[in-house]
Every structure is written in C-alpha cells, then in structure tokens.
Design a protein around this ligand. Structure first.
Ligand code: NAD
Length: 465
C-alpha cells in the first residue's frame, strides 16, 4: 500500500483538477448560480442546525445557544447580507477618463479568481470554514474547504453536508491534518484563505509563493483591553468577562490581557471575579454555558500559565474533561510566558499601568494586535488610541462584537495577518478587480500622441494633461 501522503496527494490533485475543469466551463460565473449556492448553504445551516450544534458540543463543549449565535446564526447573517447586496456589489462601476483620452469609457468589474482554498481552524469550526466560503461563492469561484482536524466532529459534519447541499462539481471538502493540508498546498490555487496561527501561516505563505498564489492570512495574537478610571468598572468587567470566557477563551479576538490604568486594577479585579460568578455560577464546571479546551496539549499549555501570577478568581482544572475554570490573574511578570504568548484560553492577566501613555507604549512596543479594546469615558483617550496605536480593529465599550457588523472589514495587520473579509470585503478578496477601458476608433483623438511629435502637438498635449 502506498504511504498515506501519496494517497492524499493523488486524491487531492484529482479533486482540484475537477474543480478547475468546472471553473473553466464558466458554470460558476452567472449570478443565478452564485445565489443558488448561497441559498443552499443557508438551508444546510438551518436544516442541520441541530447536527452542527451537536458536533460543536462534542468538539468544544459549546452550548447550543453559543453555537447558534457565534457560528450558525453568524454565517446565516453573512449569507443574507450577501444575498441582499450581491447585485449592487457585482455591478460594474464607472470611473471618469481624463480629457486627453476622451471620448472613452472606463469601468471596474469584479471577476472570479478561479479555484480557491480555504483552510480553517478548530475554534469556530463552522463559522471560520463557511463565512469565507460565502465570499468565495458570492464571487463566483470554485472552492476547496479544509476543516480543522482538531474539531473532528464538525469536520465530519461539514464533509457530509456540503456535498449534499452545494454543487459538487464546484465545492469540495478535504478532511485531514498536516499531510492532507501539505498535499493541498502543493496544488496551484487562485487564492488561499488561511485562518490559524502564525507559524503555520508562514508555511502556507511559503507554499503559496511557489505558485505566486495570492493569499489572506487571518492570524491571531494578543488583543489588549485598556480600562481607564472614570468608566463604570462593574459594567466593563461584565463585558470583558463575557468576551474573554466565551468559547472558554478560544476566540481569536478575545481580550488577551487587561491594562488597568491608574487606580483601577484592584477594583477591576474584584468586579471581574464577581462577573465570572454572575456568568458561570460558583462552579463553572457545572455551567451548561461554559466550554472545554480543545485538546490536552492546549490544556497543559494553559495550565502552565497559572503559575505566572496571583489567582484572583478561577484556577480550577481537570485534565480528563479538559476543563479550565475562567481565571483572572494579577501581579503578573511582563516577562512571563502568559504575557508573551497568545493565551487563547480562559486565563486573563490584569496588568496595572500608571497612565494612558504607559498603556499606549505597552501596546505599540509589541506586535500589532488583531483587536484592541478600550473602556473609557474620555473622548480624547479614544482619539489617542485611534491615532497612536495600530490594530486589526479598535472597539470601545465591547469586545468581539465588531466582527458581527457586516459593513466592517475583519482582518489583522502586521503579525495578526493581512487581507480583510466579511460582507463586501469577502467578495473583494475572492475577486479580481479588473480595469476595463473602451475607446472608439473614431474620432482618432490619439493622433495628437502619435509621432512625429511636433512642437504644436507638444503644446496641445501639455495643455490637456
Ligand atoms: P489549527 O491547529 O486547527 O490549524 C489551522 C489549520 O492549519 C488547520 O486546518 C490545520 O490542519 C492546518 N495546519 C496545521 N498545521 C499545519 C502544517 N504544518 N502545515 C499545513 N497546514 C497545517 O488551528 P490553530 O492554528 O491552533 O488556530 C488557533 C490560531 O488561529 C490562534 O492563533 C488564533 O488567534 C488564530 N485564529 C485567527 C482567527 C482570525 O480570524 N484572525 C480566527 C480564529 C483563530
């Protein structure tokens, strides 16, 4: 029997070849096909919501409500938004031509790229596989979806359901881990959309370079929360705890750590502890709303952070069930691993800083985050954070929620990735924005530009340009 990677490479190459052949026929280009696929994807999500919720519970202990709001419902909204606006997004846009070129018409059209690859991670395994697919289909592409092997129940559900609902000649699911993804990356795609960690992001980018394939990297990092005096600390703590401990902290835009400005740290710690108890009860292990860590590898990594600070609340854990309580740490050493690695789990360090200057320096001295959050009552602090820091997104008063606004682009900057999607931005990512110029042969106004270039022509040209 040939080794597993060989089987994968052959099968994967055949799949990609089949999709490329479909794209060549032009079948995916008509708007009617795109709409039909989006509607079919919507039915998949609504008709099989229970099955997907069960898979998400099996993989991540996600509650049905959280699975619906952050994964299934979220993607349905993306689809509805795309269906409502697709016609206007695809309409060719006219642009003015310079006088020297008149008469002529110029416009911009979006054309599909071809066959694209979507590689998704385990933490929101439905949303992060299907929301990019919405963009790929809306833009008229064929697509291979590679779900994460670390969310096996969801991966299996997607592999079963997508071919049942979507055009099998245009959409394929390839399940598997490193060998299968490696085999996929050997193929030539017209775009690669990768969501995951930066180390694998580098592998994906290297592979894309071999075929000069454009790519989007949706990566992670440490997203800070700045809390200033004068803000309602109880309300801020409630929202921070909600955003942090959703999906047991395994959210790319979750608050990673808090910068408590001035005198806020002690009171904020108390309010965060109260917020955790209010959200998940005295024993979060028994809360139906609290998830589990995806794997023992991540569990062990996260438990290792507990020694990096004083536990304000939480700290309880159980390796067998991969349970780690919502935990707030104080008095952390900024050189400790918890302050230097993306936490990606339910551990929230609170760092006291003397003033906003110190908070801004703390942020700008580190990698540009995927998101920056602030709780402040000061308009000038908001202005300063807006102009003096750089992050994928900046949100005041609420974490995580910016990605539910369909008109806002979602993506990172610097180490948190590049490229942006959601709504119209998704169509942009999976389209080539083509320039079209149409100039009639008569009258031949270009005669001015043809040699021999006389002094009279030059004078006229200088006046026109
Ligand atoms: P993961 O382990 O599921 O990996 C992501 C994908 O990469 C998977 O499909 C996996 O099969 C593939 N992969 C893994 N190793 C590979 C290799 N050596 N070669 C080729 N492919 C490989 O997920 P993860 O990376 O642990 O996800 C968590 C990270 O993703 C965090 O850093 C998080 O912040 C980030 N993230 C970002 C976003 C975003 O939208 N920006 C969303 C979710 C997660």
């Amino acid at each position: 029997m040939p080794p597993r990677t060989e089987i994968s490479t052959t099968a994967v190459a055949a799949t990609v070849h089949r999709l490329r052949a479909t794209f060549t026929t032009g079948r995916t280009k008509p708007v009617a096909w795109r709409r039909a696929q989006l509607r079919a994807l919507r039915s998949l999500l609504t008709d099989h919501a229970d099955e997907l919720q069960d898979a998400l519970r099996a993989d991540l202990g996600k509650s049905a409500m959280e699975a619906f709001s952050t994964e299934i419902g979220f993607t349905v909204h993306e689809i509805d938004h795309a269906l409502a606006h697709l016609t206007s997004w695809l309409r060719p846009r006219r642009t003015r031509v310079p006088v020297a070129l008149a008469p002529a018409r110029a416009w911009i059209v979006r054309e599909p790229l071809g066959t694209v690859l979507i590689i998704s991670p385990w933490n929101y395994p439905v949303q992060l596989a299907l929301a990019p697919l919405v963009g790929a289909l809306a833009a008229g592409n064929c697509a291979v979806v590679k779900p994460s092997e670390l969310a096996p129940a969801t991966s299996a559900a997607l592999a079963r359901l997508l071919p049942l609902h979507l055009d099998r000649q245009a959409v394929a699911v390839v399940e598997g881990g490193v060998p299968e993804t490696t085999a996929l990356l050997e193929q030539r795609f017209d775009h690669i959309f990768y969501t995951g960690n930066g180390s694998v992001g580098r592998i994906v980018m290297t592979a894309a370079a071999r075929h000069l394939t454009p790519l989007t990297l949706e990566l992670g990092g440490k997203s800070p929360v700045v809390v200033e005096p004068g803000t309602d600390l109880a309300a801020a703590a409630r929202r921070i705890a909600w955003g942090k401990f959703m999906n047991a902290g395994q959210t790319c835009v979750a608050p990673d750590y808090v910068l408590a400005v001035g005198e806020t740290a002690t009171a904020l710690e108390t309010h965060l502890a109260a917020a955790v108890r209010a959200l998940y009860g005295a024993d979060p292990a028994t809360s139906p709303d609290y998830g589990r860590i995806v794997s023992t590898r991540h569990f062990d990594r996260l438990v290792g952070y507990l020694k990096d600070g004083r536990t304000v609340v939480g700290g309880g854990h159980d390796r067998d069930s991969r349970y780690l309580a919502p935990t707030v740490l104080a008095d952390v050493d900024c050189g400790a691993p918890v302050m230097n690695e993306e936490i990606f789990g339910p551990v929230l360090p609170v760092v006291a800083v003397p003033d906003l200057d110190a908070a801004v320096s703390f942020i700008t001295e580190r990698d540009k985050p995927l998101a920056l959050y602030a709780f402040t009552a000061s308009a000038s602090s908001k202005r300063r954070l807006m102009t003096e820091t750089s992050s994928g997104a900046l949100s005041f008063g609420v974490p995580n929620a910016h990605l539910t606004v369909p008109g806002l682009p979602f993506g990172g900057v610097g180490a948190s990735g590049f490229g942006r999607y959601h709504g119209e931005y998704s169509v942009d990512i999976f389209s080539h924005t083509k320039a079209v110029l149409d100039k009639p042969l008569f009258p031949d106004t270009l005669r001015l530009a043809y040699p021999p270039l006389t002094a009279v022509k030059e004078r006229l040209l200088r006046r026109l340009l």
